[in-house]
Design a protein. Sequence first.
Length: 549
Amino acid sequence: MNVHRDTTWVWLNAAAVSACILLVLGLLLLITVRGLGHFWPTGVHEFTVLDEHGHRSRLVGQIRERERVPMERLGDQAATLDGENGLVTRVLVKSGNRDLTGQDFRWIVEERILQDNTPSSMAVLEREEWGAFFGNVIGLKTNGVLLKSRDVWGDFQRMLDQSRQLRDEVYHLERGEIGSINYRLEQLRLKEHGLQLAGEGRKEPFEAIELERRQLQSSYQQLEARLTGLNEAMLQNSVVVRTGTGAESDRDLPLAGIIDAWQPNAMSLTAQLQHFFRQLWLFVSEDPREANTEGGIFPAIYGTILMVLLMTVFVTPLGVIAGVYLKEYARQGLLTRIVRIAVNNLAGVPSIVYGVFGLGFFVYTLGGSIDQLFFSAALPSPTFGTGGLLWASLTLALLTLPTVIVATEEGLARIPRSLREGSLALGATQWETVWRTILPIASPGIMTGVILAVARAAGEVAPLMLVGVVKLAPALPLDGNYPFIHLDRKFMHMGFHIYDVGFQSPNVEAARPMVYATALLLVLVILLLNITAIGVRNHLREKFRGLET
């Protein structure tokens, strides 16, 4: 009877674990399908719709989803419908052309669709502003003059490639050379102000600063003239797009504002796959647009990985030192037990409390003091007295410190006492025993704590909202300007990006695919970081396997 009861509990536990695994896999599958589906070239439909008053209208767009709803939810619009069992099917259409219609999405009842066509000439134009544009490309213009072309779409693609090259050149010029000059000019201004605050009476330092400033301003003027020429060249060309059935619906769109264009209804499977991977690459390599609902998330990926790496650099030595002291050096008594209880309790403190502590201690106290001592020339504008990469990394290091301490102690506890006694008997000091014998063998267990710390830190959002993360960062915290890594800069984070796009976006429907795509990428980044740490741990485990026993 007892055996049967034990077997029952084993099977119940196995069923519970299996259910959890299936739920996790189902969630990952949902995120993957909806996230990757955002990059697939969805076909563009041309609907002829009958409204509740009997009037026909034309609607162009992509089908986002279908759902069965009770007729009561449609209100007056259901007056002329005959639903089956009181239910009707409605379709959510991404209509685009927000600058013309004022909306991105529109619900239409499937029973009122008179005609549904997918013309091969229908194009999708991805723009920097106002979202996607749907229409037929019918002509090209240069300086307002309509060009004669036998292959409008082919010529349009070539002109669009030229426009992309100009846009990339403008981007690198603004972010690279011009950005570097602006940064150096600001450093000169702060240096000059610092000399004035210090009461410097000599003219030579000010003359040297002024000479360098004039050289930088001369270079800036040359780059600005070049930038103006590039912008003028970008504005020369435009494309004529027909949104309706007549010439009165033609629109001129400047190529400078068009990022990409494709005809999804005319694509082969190979072309669709090429488009899919190109859009996926742009998503992970470009900056966001349109309040983060369009474009890529490269700054968020960059900021997340850099912050986690800095956090790991801070938390690993602190956690290992604390764990080694508690296990190897501290006298095992009431005080040590109290310290261990406190460490375990810290692991359960809500993360937002760490954020409040980081804001009060790191940002306002330490950061404010650093500004007073070393960056007084920049005051009242704070340098380290505001949220930034350094304070965010330190806050998350404190958040994950208990995990590393406990893992270090557990790793040290697994080492047989005979190894310690043998090392001491051979004449080694306690420090040499710990450093050369104990820590190498315990390193796999320590890496387990680091893995858990990385996994938690990469997904935390609440404390970062107080100590450095922002919706959109104008510059990356790591660039080519001295000192290259700018710990005082604010940064973007993938977890906060998901929160911002999913809950703070003015256009929820347009932002929903970005939420799934970013969530999928965040899971992959955490998985990659963990796999790297697990690989290091397994290497150490194999290296010291024979010494543990």
